[in-house]
Structures are given as C-alpha cells and as structure tokens.
Design a protein around this ligand. Structure first.
Ligand SMILES: Cc1cc2nc3c(=O)[nH]c(=O)nc-3n(C[C@H](O)[C@H](O)[C@H](O)COP(=O)(O)O)c2cc1C
Length: 328
C-alpha cells in the first residue's frame, strides 16, 4: 500500500478506470493493466452491510486484488453508518489505497432505499456516512463519487455541501441521476464543481467523469475543466487500449492478439471466480474484444450460443486460424 494520501501522489491529470459493476473485477483490471494501464483503479461497488461479521466470507473473493492492480480504491455503498465503519476498517486492513463512497448510482431500487444517488436527498445522512467511513479508515483517504443532482442539476448546493466535508477526492459525473447515461455529460457543471472546490476545500482532489473515450479526450477535458483526474467508464468497451499514450487502437490489433486476449480473460475468470460468478457475465465482454474483426457479426452470434468456459475457449482458438464467413 502507498503510504500517505494516494490522491496527491499521482501524475496530473490522473487517468482512472471508472468503477463498473460486473465489469471492473480483478480479472478485467488485470487485462486492462496488461494492455494499457490507467494510473488508478477502482473496484466494483461493494455492499457495505456485507462486511458485517455475520456475513463472514461473502465478500472474500470480491475483495482480493493483485499488486499489479495498484494503486486501487475500494468503493462501498449502503446507508448505515455502522456498516460503513466496519467496511472501511476492513478495507484499510486489506491494504486498499483509498475508500470511495458511491453517492451516484441511479438504480431506482437503490435510490428508493436512500442509498447511492438517493443520498443527494439526505445530505446529513451522506455526511454521517462519510464521517463513519473516515473513522473506520484509520487514515486511509476517503473520497466520494457522485452526480450533479437527482432530478435537476443542483451542483452549487450538493457539490458545495460535499466539499464542506473536505473529502480527499470528489468525482463528479456530469449528469443528474434522472438522466441515467443518456444525454451527453455536462462538463460545464464539472468545471463549476472545480470552482466550488477552489473556494470551499482547496485540498480536495477533483475528478471529472462522463463520455471520455481516449487519452486525448481525457487531456482536453482536464485542461478545460481544471480537474486533477478523469475517469473513463464505457469508453473502455470501445477501445480496450483507451489509456494508451500512443500507438494503435484496439480495433487495429492483429486477429490473434484480439482472440488470445479474450481467451486469457475467460481463463482468468474461470481460475479466479471458481464458479462463484456466472459464466454469462463473460459474454458482456465479447463485443469489446471482437468488434473490430471482419467476421464480428457471425463470430459474435456464435459466441452468444455458448454456456461454458471450455467450449467458448475452443471456439475462439479455432477462429484464430479460421475466420467465420462474413454475414451478408
Ligand atoms: C456497467 C456499468 C456498471 C457501473 N457500475 C458502477 C459502480 O459500481 N460504481 C460507480 O460509482 N459507478 C458505476 N458505473 C458508472 C461509471 O463509473 C461512470 O460513472 C459512468 O459510466 C459514466 O462514465 P462514462 O461516460 O465514461 O461511461 C457503472 C457504469 C456502467 C456502464
């Protein structure tokens, strides 16, 4: 673990792989790291209540990471301060470089329970959760990831409030929760958040998020908004080499590299999750790996028919040498 505050130690602008449930597990983090590494990784969001001793073991596998995935921040969600204290203490003990609180997920059932983006309606609760996490974290930096509002942009009020807590870092996704992922992210609100930071909490490191797909877009967004870091989320599906500083994109890679990397992902998933995670999750990655191949349509359709690691690996191995006929 890096000693001191990781958020102040990385090169600017920090290039960050966004947390994504069912995507940024240890397997995908290792793959992205081996292709073109970001400066900082996040876990998927972790349910804070599952850290309570009565759920012993439930989180174990989700919490493991390799040294190659450092520096790494663990993200938690929930709305009980006791859970936050326990979760933060455990994450600190496991050697995570930071702990992040999810105050942005717009999933209606979580918002309704007052979790994630639901906390935008209950700022005092958000402050209590942040304090509980800091107490449990024993000096490991605590950050927050959020959106610019629930139904309408309320950047001045909501981001201004969070900055009064003086978090180590604050990630602002330039959309409201109601917008989900649909309209373009509003980076003018991210810029406004940076201005608020300059006035209210100069020590907080600001991260911007929304619609960034490449190193050059990342640099431009940081320069225009003044953030110290930028996250790439869905852009990694369009280009698995999104964090490269130079060179060819993913769709320009040779066929054998594309197929062998997907095979490595499938093998790592099998070895790592040992059946604890559904095989079907792997199919979500098929488009990201294969979309540049000339026989993508027919190969993708074939991949969707498979339901176990062995036969999918065999299919991909065969197709290294034998492309599918292209669909008309
Ligand atoms: C499949 C998926 C899962 C996500 N899971 C999380 C999560 O666990 N925690 C979180 O803070 N954000 C999560 N997000 C939101 C992303 O971190 C990011 O804020 C959002 O996708 C906007 O960035 P982008 O436009 O670069 O994709 C998820 C997004 C996607 C597409």
């Amino acid at each position: 673990m890096v000693s001191g505050n990781i958020w102040t130690q990385l090169e600017r602008p920090m290039r960050i792989l966004a947390p994504m449930e069912d995507v940024t597990d240890t397997v995908f983090r290792q793959i992205v790291g081996s292709l073109a590494p970001p400066d900082l990784y996040f876990t998927e969001f972790l349910r804070a209540d599952l850290f309570q001793p009565r759920f012993a073991g439930r989180m174990q596998r989700r919490l493991e990471f390799s040294e190659a995935e450092r520096p790494i921040i663990a993200q938690i969600w929930g709305n009980d301060t006791r859970d936050y204290g326990v979760a933060a203490a455990r994450l600190a003990q496991l050697g995570y470089d930071g702990i992040d609180i999810n105050m942005g997920c717009p999933a209606p059932k979580l918002v309704k329970k007052g979790c994630c983006a639901g906390l935008i309606r209950t700022p005092l609760k958000a402050a209590e959760l942040y304090a509980a996490a800091c107490e449990g974290a024993q000096g490991v930096p605590v950050s927050i990831k959020t959106r610019i509002g629930l139904d309408t942009p309320e950047t001045e009020d909501w981001i201004g409030f969070l900055l009064q807590l003086r978090p180590a870092a604050l990630t602002v996704h330039g959309r409201t929760a109601a917008e989900m992922s649909d309209p373009p992210a509003d980076w003018s609100q991210v810029r406004l958040a940076v201005e608020l930071r300059n006035r209210i909490s100069p020590s907080t490191v600001m991260v911007g998020n929304g619609d960034i797909r490449s190193e050059s877009e990342l640099q431009a967004a940081a320069a225009a908004s003044g953030v110290e870091g930028v996250m790439i989320g869905r852009g990694i599906f369009e280009d698995l080499l999104a964090f490269r500083r130079s060179g060819a994109s993913w769709v320009e890679q040779p066929r054998e590299v594309v197929l062998e990397t997907f095979i490595r992902h499938i093998e790592l998933h099998r070895i790592y999750w040992q059946g604890e995670r559904n095989f079907e999750i792997l199919k979500k990655f098929a488009r990201a790996y294969l979309h540049g191949l000339p026989d993508f349509d027919s190969l993708y359709r074939e991949v969707m028919r498979y339901h176990d690691h062995d036969s999918l690996v065999a299919l991909l191995q065969r197709s290294v040498q034998q492309p599918f006929p292209e669909l008309k």
